[in-house]
Design a protein around this ligand. Structure first.
Ligand SMILES: [Zn+2]
Ligand SMILES: [Zn+2]
Length: 108
């Protein structure tokens, strides 16, 4: 009856485990959004939860936008500008467009 003995000893081991304290240290959950102590069971302020889900959605929108932007040759975009007269795409270093339009100097 090896199996039976095993079960009994296992049960004893379980029994000898430290009992869970009746008075648990008050767990102060901090709201993951505002880092303030939240007393709700969820550990997050309801208004913060709303804010979080909202910001998550905003994040998704932002990522989507970014993905759309990166689809364009971003590397080239950096070095291009558009002539405001003929809409030709020129290198940023170009000071004068083929159409004769001269770009205003960017004051830094
Ligand atoms: Zn909060
Ligand atoms: Zn031009």
């Amino acid at each position: 009856m090896c199996g039976f003995t095993f079960i009994r000893s296992e049960r004893n081991r379980m029994h000898n485990r430290k009992p869970t304290p009746l008075f648990q240290p008050r767990e102060r959950k901090r709201c993951p959004v505002c880092a303030e102590i939240a007393y709700s069971s969820a550990g997050i302020h309801p208004q913060c939860a709303v804010h979080q889900s909202d910001s998550k959605r905003m994040e998704a929108v932002k990522l989507k936008k970014q993905a759309a932007l990166t689809r364009l040759p971003a590397g080239d975009m950096q070095w291009q500008k558009t002539c405001s007269r003929c809409k030709a795409i020129l290198h940023v270093r170009r000071k004068v467009c083929d159409c004769g339009y001269s770009f205003p100097l960017h004051a830094r």
